[in-house]
Design a protein around this ligand. Sequence first.
Ligand SMILES: [Fe+2]
Ligand SMILES: [Fe+2]
Length: 358
Amino acid sequence: MKKLMDDHRKMFGEFEVIDFVDESEIQGLRSQIDVDAPLEVHWSWEYGSEVEELRRLYEKGKVNQWNAELDLDWEMPVSKDEFVLNPQASMLAQACALLGKDEATQKAAAFDELAYTLSQLLHGEQAALQICGQLTNVCEKMDEKWYASSQVIDEARHVEAISKFLQRKMGTIYPVGATLKVLLDELLAAETMKKKTLGMQTLFEGTAVGIMDLMRSESRNDFFTDMIRRIEQDESRHAAFGVLMMRRVVKEAEKEEMEELEDWAFSILEALNANQQLDMLRLLGPKYDIDPENITRMFVALPNHAELNSLAFMHTVIPNLQRLGLITERTESDWRRVGLMVDQRGGQRPSSVEFHLA
Ligand SMILES: [Fe+2]
Ligand SMILES: [Fe+2]
């Protein structure tokens, strides 16, 4: 199976990480702002509804529109001196505590980390905005075009909300991490409608829902909770679009194509996961006397690493891939080996897109 970013791999104990250390290389990746993205544009002359479930999702999307400027109460406070999320949700805050730093430093570190994480989500939102614009073109059916175009405005609103939050409430937008930039470029340049849908709609939207759900459940700030809740609601619709589209794709796919999609899905999420926050730690760790490698080595060696690590993935994206038949016996042990997939305790299934569709 092809590994992405093969030349940036190293072993931390038994875990293979992706690590970018050369600052000029990182800058080079960021300064590549043009991406060659092949597009096949299709007309459709069928103006009636052909895919009823997509039409329903489109209707739902119209009813659930909101205005990032007017519907959020921007007067509500967000302070650097308070934990916005519970401290246990911050790797930097925990590392600071381990090093015996005072609470003010732990709070500052958690605030920085949140700004970094939200900045990465922001760059991901911009990628979603652009890929959805592509999807409006490459989809063949009118219902698909309508839905994809409605998602374009959702994604613009997410870029708006998160960038305003970072600028007004946090004071910083951090640049895109190197690993994420490589992956987003891979999705933007994906050649077929199937890969664009699988990559952005299923893998990234599904992972985003998981991350946002974790953030919301750890939030201590009312403004932040409200903003994330609204975005998450849109994202679960987007992940649902991914599943509805991919369901029809997998129904028609031959074995060989299924295996190709399964391998590609694994290679994308494996690479996303293989960075293990190293890009963030290399940027922010030194400010708090934190050694990025030590913290990461410690984290990947934890006996419950897979359980912690898989939380965001087990929420939506893994169950959806299983339902689509894109995690099979052939690859299941790989997903488990890298800590993306674990057994659910007590037979409890994570909530998923099926739930949001109800
Ligand atoms: Fe979004
Ligand atoms: Fe989205």
